[in-house]
Design a protein around this ligand. Structure first.
Ligand code: HAM
Length: 430
């Protein structure tokens, strides 16, 4: 067999059962916390018309210019694997006339995105985002609420980050700022890297975002956009900051934060982590009040964010992962065929009440089954041998402290129910 068929593509990976509990833990908490803030899930297709992203994200961006997975399908249509989900959510919002519903619309999504980027630690070609969008409000208080929700999620999984905020202005004030920026850039150009020089023309705002060390002192000399905002943008930014302060949320103003997508106006923000290395952005987001119209939809204000799930998993506290062990509640160790029959019916009863059970059908000695239970991180072992069958009482061993006692099935159930309510009644411990 051709060996290369047994390798996944560069920048993609299999998320194996041993790691998946980390992902599920974050996803579960996100669903729980987002519901507290009134967000509902939306699932949009992984493929969309290329034009949706080209127009929505902007033709001059790196994403559209060089990172999209685009192909022509059998009907001759240009299709793209979504590099992000904001454009898709806004498309769905307009397509299904969700603006007719009362109040603001709050949507969240969890899923894979695709960008053909250079491989690096924390950067994948198929990566996962948890994101949320608020449609139908331009109030800076909703921006604060969203930031608070993100911080609550990060905190619930033991991760902290620095909140960086900026205003990228609007169509009224940005063009004149870009004029001033271009003028000032000319003096710095000889000291800047090739990427900066290339961007200094059509894409001058992106120069501010350059990560090249040698460019930094020169970029620092460039004018800050926050000094050139129009009245409306300056007022919005001021109110956003004051809502953050009232909520007790610490922030840092980052006048060079411009984000890599063209749809942003006014508020832009990121949450960065010092533990991530070069790809330090854990969360990115901002306001996009013109995106719907750019896509041909109705005027609707929007604000949202996306969080890199791959990056968050890298930062997840080991303690939390260990505490949420996916091991079964009960490992049923049995000796002989009659005991297997009994084990099957006990497992059925336990599972129907929400307790995870494991049976190793090959059986084997009690010693080998105990060893396996240990490896699987089972919380309890139920021993079913001839003697136990005769008495209809079984030996339970609690693996955490090796305590052992005898109990009937109904006593066992009572004990397990008290230990841990069935899944349907459980909520994440925030
Ligand atoms: P973005 O900054 O392109 O924004 O991506 C958001 C987050 O996704 C990043 O901060 C990072 O954590 C993660 N991410 C991006 N690219 C990769 C990659 N190649 N590998 C791993 N993680 C990655 C957006 O996508 C906007 N749609 C966010 C938004 C929503 N703005 C408003 N609403």
């Amino acid at each position: 067999m051709d060996e290369t068929l047994l390798n996944n593509l560069p920048g993609t990976r299999d998320l194996l059962p041993g790691d998946i509990s980390r992902w599920q833990l974050i996803e579960d908490r996100a669903r729980w916390i987002f519901a507290l803030y009134g967000f509902q899930e939306i699932r949009t297709p992984l493929i969309e018309a290329t034009e949706l992203f080209a127009r929505g994200i902007g033709g001059d961006t790196d994403i559209v210019g060089k990172e999209m997975y685009t192909f022509v399908d059998q009907s001759g249509r240009s299709i793209t694997l979504r590099p992000e989900a904001t454009a898709s959510v806004v498309r769905a919002y307009a397509q299904h006339a969700m603006y007719r519903a009362a109040g603001v619309t709050k949507l969240y999504y969890i899923g894979p995105m695709f960008r053909h980027e250079k491989k690096q630690r924390g950067r994948w070609r198929q990566f996962y985002q948890i994101g949320a969008e608020v449609l139908g409000s331009d109030h800076p208080a909703i921006e604060t609420e969203v930031v608070e929700m993100i911080l609550r999620l990060l905190d619930s999984v033991g991760v902290s980050g620095r909140l960086l905020i900026n205003s990228v202005g609007c169509e009224a004030c940005r063009p004149s700022y870009i004029e001033i920026l271009r003028r000032e850039l000319r003096a710095q150009l000889p000291h800047l890297c090739d990427d900066c020089r290339r961007r200094s023309g059509a894409n001058s705002l992106r120069v501010l975002d350059c990560k090249d060390e040698s460019c930094q002192p020169h970029i620092d000399l460039l004018p800050a956009i926050t000094d050139h905002l129009c009245g409306a943008c300056a007022d919005h930014f001021g109110r956003f900051k004051s809502y953050l302060e009232k909520a007790g949320i610490a922030y840092q103003i980052a006048p060079r934060l411009v984000r890599g997508l063209d749809y942003y106006v006014k508020t832009a923000f990121e949450i960065v982590s010092g533990e991530l290395g070069a790809q330090n952005a854990l969360v990115g987001g901002g306001r996009y009040d013109k995106l719907s119209e750019v896509l041909g939809g109705p005027p609707v204000q929007g604000f949202g964010f996306a969080m890199g799930l791959d990056r968050l998993v890298m930062l997840l506290s080991e303690q939390l992962v260990a505490g949420s062990s996916a091991g079964p509640d009960v490992f049923l160790a049995f000796m002989g065929t009659r005991a297997l029959d009994r084990a099957l019916s006990i497992a059925r009863a336990l599972r129907s009440r929400g307790h995870a059970c494991h049976l190793e059908f090959a059986g084997g000695s009690l010693k080998s089954q105990m060893r396996l239970a240990n490896k699987l991180q089972a919380k309890h072992v139920l021993i079913i041998g001839d003697e136990e069958l005769r008495r209809d009482q079984y030996t339970i061993k609690r693996m955490g402290d090796s305590k052992q006692w005898d109990a009937t099935v109904s006593e066992l159930l009572e004990y397990l129910n008290a230990q841990r309510p069935p899944a349907s009644q459980r909520s994440p411990d925030l």
